[in-house]
Ligand binder design. Structure first.
Ligand SMILES: C[S@@+](CC[C@H](N)C(=O)[O-])C[C@H]1O[C@@H](n2cnc3c(N)ncnc32)[C@H](O)[C@@H]1O
Length: 231
């Protein structure tokens, strides 16, 4: 039996609806602790404790806020294309008393506001599916990371098992999707995400040469391989 993979349905664009953005922020503050811990454990596994980091597509800033508390010697910059999201992220950082340690800016994944080879760490969580030009983004990641710098990119992949997708959609509707505007959010994001094969092909065509790609249920993780492990 041949099962045809659904075509990607692009969800490019930014969340500029303030009501939706504030709802997303509220839900993320409530439910994103475990995802934050998982990203932290990957950063710790890479031995990164200090230096400069950038979070791309930061949304309400939940990841850099959590990580800047756990890793106080890392100086974070966090960007989002949506001015509304940046405004909310800044308010969240003030509320968490870390606004002096994170520089929030409006900025694009395709033109990262960093000098060449200046970063120790780059994060991009749940945002790749918004990017219609992933190779351009990967090339930017390669440009801004210093030699030995690390990256952690996490997103959905639309070739995940339909059982996982159905289960997570149910969780989404229970925990995140109560607001009518957010109800279809998870499925729309999955439909806009890349398959593993597509993502692998984009990586191969990009300048980001040291990526390891693997899956966890509905997630696709693309991480840098530490220098000593490269062949
Ligand atoms: C689903 S949210 C993820 C937010 C956050 N990383 C998280 O996991 O909580 C994706 C974010 O990416 C932003 N975004 C979309 N396209 C972008 C681009 N080209 N450059 C930077 N940010 C972008 C959106 O505005 C949105 O805030």
């Amino acid at each position: 039996m041949v099962i045809l993979m659904k075509e990607r349905i692009s969800e490019s664009g930014v969340i500029e609806d303030r009501e939706l953005a504030e709802y997303y922020s509220l839900m993320a503050k409530r439910h994103m602790r475990i995802p934050c811990q998982r990203v932290l454990s990957r950063i710790e596994a890479k031995g990164i404790e200090k230096g400069k980091a950038l979070d791309v597509g930061t949304g309400p800033g939940i990841f850099p806020i959590y990580l800047s508390k756990a890793l106080p010697e890392i100086r974070f910059k966090a960007i989002d294309l949506s001015p509304v999201m940046v405004d909310i992220a800044l308010k969240n950082a003030i509320e968490a008393s870390v606004s002096d340690r994170i520089d929030f800016q409006v900025g694009s994944a395709y033109s990262l506001p960093c000098e060449d080879h200046s970063l120790d760490l780059l994060l991009c969580i749940n945002t790749l599916h918004h990017l219609d030009r992933p190779i351009m983004f990967f090339n930017e990641v390669a440009r801004v990371l210093r030699e030995g710098g690390a990256f952690v990119i996490v997103d959905f992949h639309r070739d995940a098992s339909f059982i996982w997708i159905g289960l997570f959609d149910l969780f989404w509707k229970i925990f995140f999707g109560r607001h009518p505007k957010a109800r279809k959010g998870f499925i729309e994001s999955v439909n806009s995400s890349y398959t593993l094969e597509e993502c692998r092909a984009f990586l191969n065509q990009s300048k980001l040469t040291n990526g390891k790609l693997y899956t966890r249920t509905i997630e696709m993780w693309v991480e840098s391989i530490p220098t000593q492990d490269r062949r």
